[in-house]
Write a new protein. Structure first.
Length: 417
């Protein structure tokens, strides 16, 4: 009997042990299955953690590089170019002699005018002598008439001769002044045969040759083009969709084309009020895209920037130094203009509404709705519906919007940000 109870007790204990082992195996299988399901579920999505960092929103443009100041030095007199004293690339100073035009014609014209002046002065002396003679004759006629020895006709004739002599002197004086002015003009034209640099700068072009004859009657032909290249100006073409977002004083980064790219930091100086087509051609046609010139001055001490180069321009319109950001590919458009992201938590994607700020074309600032380190789905959640409607991937968002206050964010004062 005791042995029976003893064997029965062993059987119950063994059965309980079996149940415990079985329950443990089932629990292990269930946990392993759940873990695998979570891994399988997670493998459907590509996630990225929310992190902090610098973000800036920029407007991109391109433009040609020009010297700060360009002067086309022309000829103001006609003649043969006798000397060209500079070459392309030479540095010149203001007032430096850079070319000479044959001065024989202008010298001869000056000497002719001087001879004519002497002739006019001699004529004036004769007129003055005649005036003195007429004045004496008039006085004599008046004396004789007052004494009854002369007639009224003699007095009137003497007076007419006097007036004529006075007019001759006035005419002679005017002729002398005209010839003196003519001589000064001839001296100026003679001085124009010596072409001098109007500014300090570098010779950019010499489109003429020694011995070439130039004609300045119709227009002043260009002899030499000078430019001040210590400071260069970029005329960036800003699209009409972007021009309302930019302001003078915004920081700019310039990049040159080519393999060995180099960047230059500058500031946007000004923006033209009229489209570039008006600046270039004086009229606007509706068949062309609208761009506005933004002017940017850049120091060029090493003369790396050259006239005619093309530069890409990046204008920073807003920035934040410590912003929560997520990839733009994670953003979903919800109803009523709201935005959201899919957050992967507890093994499942959950739609989360957020408020966004500035973007840089790759990432976007999150103003509220997420915490640093949370995993957002950047790929694989296209078919998941959120509480406000089905999410769909957003492309590059619009610039601007109400940024609100935030840390070290920078934007244009008084602008649309």
């Amino acid at each position: 009997m005791n042995e029976f109870h003893r064997n029965r007790g062993f059987s119950i204990v063994g059965f309980l042990i079996f149940l415990l082992i079985a329950a443990g195996l089932i629990g292990y299988w269930y946990q392993d299955h759940q873990k695998k399901e979570k891994i399988k579920e997670a493998q459907k999505f590509v996630t990225e953690p929310v992190h902090r960092g610098h973000i800036s929103q920029k407007v991109n443009a391109s433009g040609m590089i020009y010297p700060k100041k360009i002067v086309e030095v022309g000829a103001q007199v006609s003649g043969e170019i006798s000397k060209l004293l500079v070459e392309v690339g030479d540095s010149v100073e203001e007032g430096q002699l850079i070319a000479e035009i044959d001065a024989d014609t202008q010298e001869n014209a000056k000497q002719t005018a001087e001879a004519q002046l002497q002739s006019q002065k001699a004529s004036l002396q004769r007129a003055r002598a005649e005036l003195e003679k007429a004045e004496k004759a008039f006085k004599r006629a008046q004396n004789l008439y007052s004494k009854g020895a002369g007639t009224q006709e003699e007095v009137e004739a003497a007076k007419a001769s006097l007036v004529s002599a006075q007019n001759s002197v006035t005419e002679g004086e005017s002729s002398v002044r005209q010839k003196e002015i003519d001589i000064r003009d001839k001296e100026v034209n003679l001085e124009y045969t010596k072409v001098k640099a109007p500014i300090n700068g570098r010779v950019l072009a010499v489109p003429v040759e020694e011995g070439q004859t130039i004609n300045s009657v119709q227009s002043a032909p260009t002899l030499i083009t000078l430019g001040q290249i210590d400071v260069m100006t970029i005329k960036a073409e800003i699209a009409e969709a972007d021009v309302s977002s930019v302001r003078a004083g915004m920081p700019v980064v310039l990049t040159l084309l080519g393999k060995n790219t180099r960047t230059f930091n500058a500031t946007l100086k000004s923006i033209d009020p009229a489209p570039k087509e008006i600046a270039d051609n004086g009229q606007l046609t509706s068949s062309t895209a609208i761009y506005y010139y933004g002017h940017i001055d850049v120091e060029n001490p090493d003369e790396i920037l050259r006239y005619g180069m093309t530069a890409t321009v990046s204008i920073e319109i807003a920035s934040s130094d410590d912003a929560l950001t997520v990839p733009l590919t994670a953003i979903k458009n919800l109803r009523e203009g709201q935005k959201g992201v899919l957050v992967f938590e507890n093994g499942k994607p959950q739609m989360r509404r957020i408020e966004t700020g500035i973007e840089d074309g790759v990432r976007i600032e999150v103003m509220s709705g997420l915490k640093e380190g949370e995993a957002v789905i950047v790929s694989g959640g296209e078919d998941i519906r959120g509480e406000r409607g089905e999410g769909r991937r957003e492309g590059r968002g619009e610039r601007g919007g109400n940024r609100g206050p935030g840390g070290n964010r920078r934007g244009p004062p008084g602008g649309p940000f």
